[in-house]
Design a protein around this ligand. Structure first.
Ligand code: CP
Ligand code: NVA
Length: 305
């Protein structure tokens, strides 16, 4: 089913308007510049829940801190600890929480679950990663690119590795909205399912990185795919980002990784350590950009009720 991001939610990047992203980046910059004295506290008096069915370090911490610094209170709900984990339907969970809390941040498997939660809860809902998309990550990655290299429109991004994973899919939607070229190098069986005029699908990592301004990768074994580990390790050999590959990209190309990183698998230890400052800026920016997202959601709600 088509993903839909209404003004009240961030469910994915497929239909996400670039004007909304620009508004989010504008706020994110202000929240980053003035962290000690935030320009606004749009979540004052609100309680937001994080409902997670998968592990997380960056997403969980950046949202919990971000909600608090925007004046709200956060509540972490592991899906296994609530009745959802025992089979209570997502729509009933959503209806109940919609009566009690003001916003939800959801990390789960099925994209349909965040779509249903948004529909049945009626509260702002943010996709914090599903099997299909990772919109907060890619908005942050674009923000980080622009902070370091200027506007992304007209530039070239190379994604090397699992083209079918959530991160690659969100990159592919973003390429069309933000008007940059995205070359995805993936082995057979792991091609990106998204096709548009801004995305090129290739087998060869060398071909993908030619003239690229950003080299990007993600884990070869996404959460939920652990049973395929042995087969995936074989398929992805040759798809590592390393110094030899960076040499074939544009001079001054940025290297980013959403993390967690598996050293000497999708990225060489030497390259990761060389580029660690940029990659940590990227990780930190999750918090600033997500503040921008929540600010924007709170603002849209205010103007629509
Ligand atoms: N990049 C990212 O989403 O990291 P976590 O899985 O630690 O949240
Ligand atoms: N594709 C990875 C992203 C982790 C942040 C996963 O889904 O596990």
């Amino acid at each position: 089913m088509a993903l839909k991001s209404t003004p009240f939610h961030l469910l994915g990047l497929r239909d996400f308007p670039v004007t909304a992203a620009q508004a989010i980046f504008h706020e994110a910059k202000l929240y980053k510049q003035h962290r000690a004295t935030p320009p606004a506290k749009p979540l004052e008096g609100q309680t937001w829940a994080l409902i997670f069915s998968k592990s997380s370090t960056r997403t969980r911490v950046s949202f919990e801190v971000g909600i608090r610094e925007l004046g709200g209170t956060s509540m972490f709900l592991s899906a296994n600890d609530i009745q959802l984990g025992r089979g209570e339907p997502i729509k009933d969970t959503a209806r109940v929480l919609g009566r009690m809390i003001h916003g939800a941040v959801i990390r789960t498997f099925a994209q349909q679950d965040v779509v249903d939660f948004a529909q049945y809860s009626g509260i702002p809902t943010i996709n914090a990663l599903t099997d299909d998309e990772h919109p907060c990550q890619i908005l942050t990655d674009i923000f980080t690119f622009e902070e370091k290299l200027g506007p992304i429109a007209g530039r070239k991004v190379a994604f090397i590795g699992d083209g079918a994973c959530n991160v690659a899919v969100s990159w592919a939607y973003a390429a069309e909205h933000f008007k940059f070229q995205l070359a995805i190098a993936a082995p057979e069986g792991f091609e990106c399912p998204v096709h548009n005029s801004h995305v090129t699908h290739v087998r060869s990592p060398e071909e993908a990185v030619r003239n690229a301004d950003l080299l990007y990768t993600d884990v070869w074994i996404s959460m939920g795919k652990e049973a395929e580990a042995a087969e995936r390790l074989k398929s992805f050999s040759g798809y590592q980002i390393n110094h030899a590959l960076v040499k074939k990209a544009a001079p001054g190309a940025l290297v980013l990784h959403c993390l967690p990183a598996y050293r000497d698998k999708e990225i060489s230890e030497a390259l990761l350590e060389e580029r660690i400052d940029d990659i940590m800026d990227q990780a930190e920016n999750r918090m600033h950009v997500q503040k921008g997202v929540m600010h924007w959601l709170a603002h849209m709600k205010y103007h629509n009720v």
